[in-house]
Design a protein around this ligand. Structure first.
Ligand code: ADP
Length: 248
């Protein structure tokens, strides 16, 4: 049961590339329904951490659990997606020739849980779910528009909508507001805040106005481990964090 307690638990994760430790005894615990931001200078290990969670990279040592019982180090990438971990990369992978609505429909159909999709379709739930997602990602007025014609920000929202069609318990988002306008950035923050609770979110982001607007706990990575953790104001005033950022 993942509806309460810990959503994600990493303990002493180490990943080496040719002897270089990209992650060095990394520890991280994300509560169910939490919205966590991960910040840190380039090379801190943020991408490697996401790769370990999604099974793209195997840790040399350490534990990685999804909920209380699912050992992520024993699962393949597709299996990890299937248990409810969705990842959004920076570059959107939408179907540009198809409409916004069709993109969401296709995302639902790629759901491996065929019986579930079929039952939902028979019950007429599918269109309801797409309509609800369209409202959530603020694209309800663009449903019949070709996805390739959307703005950069709208494309990012569409891809988040496509992830949501798979009903992930944990969403991993890599620099979701990169290239967005200030207005799109703030709307994205509102979207993420509204998703928290029902989903757990781990957001890697450099944009501090965005991180502030999200309002959750912030984890600062440095040289493959956690340097500081707390609310944004606390970590921003942490002398070690200031040194790492100024010393870049
Ligand atoms: P971040 O996302 O915080 O910028 P990364 O996780 O991408 O950091 O990288 C952490 C460190 O590990 C960097 O020094 C990077 O050069 C190194 N690294 C990452 N992936 C590889 C790889 N496949 N092979 C060799 N070194 C890597």
């Amino acid at each position: 049961d993942l509806s309460h307690g810990v959503a994600l638990y990493l303990e002493d994760i180490t990943v080496s590339f040719d002897g270089f430790k990209a992650l060095n005894n990394l520890n991280l615990a994300i509560d169910a329904g939490e919205l966590r931001c991960i910040i840190g200078p380039n090379g801190a290990g943020k991408t490697t951490m996401m790769d370990v969670i999604t099974g793209k990279t195997r840790p040399d040592s350490g534990k990685a659990y999804f909920g209380q019982t699912i050992d992520l180090t024993r699962l393949t990438e597709p299996e990890i997606a299937h248990v409810g971990i969705g990842r959004k990369f920076q570059k959107p992978t939408i179907f540009e020739q198809h409409t916004v609505f069709e993109n969401l429909e296709l995302a639902m159909k790629t759901d491996k849980r065929v019986w579930k999709s079929l039952l939902a379709w028979l019950a007429g739930d599918e269109r309801d779910k797409i309509a609800e997602t369209l409202r959530l990602i603020r694209l309800d007025k663009e449903a019949d528009r070709q996805a390739g014609l959307l703005s950069h920000g709208q494309k990012q929202w569409l891809e988040i909508g496509m992830l949501l069609m798979q009903e992930p318990k944990l969403l991993l988002l890599d620099e979701p507001v990169a290239g967005m306008t200030d207005d799109e950035t703030m709307r994205t923050a509102e979207l993420f805040v509204s998703l928290a609770g029902k989903h757990s979110l781990v957001v890697v982001e450099h944009d501090m106005a965005f991180v502030e607007k999200l309002g959750g706990l912030v984890t600062v990575l440095h040289e493959g481990s956690v340097l500081a953790e707390g609310d944004l104001a606390t970590v921003q005033n942490d002398q070690r964090v200031i040194e790492v950022y100024l010393g870049r």
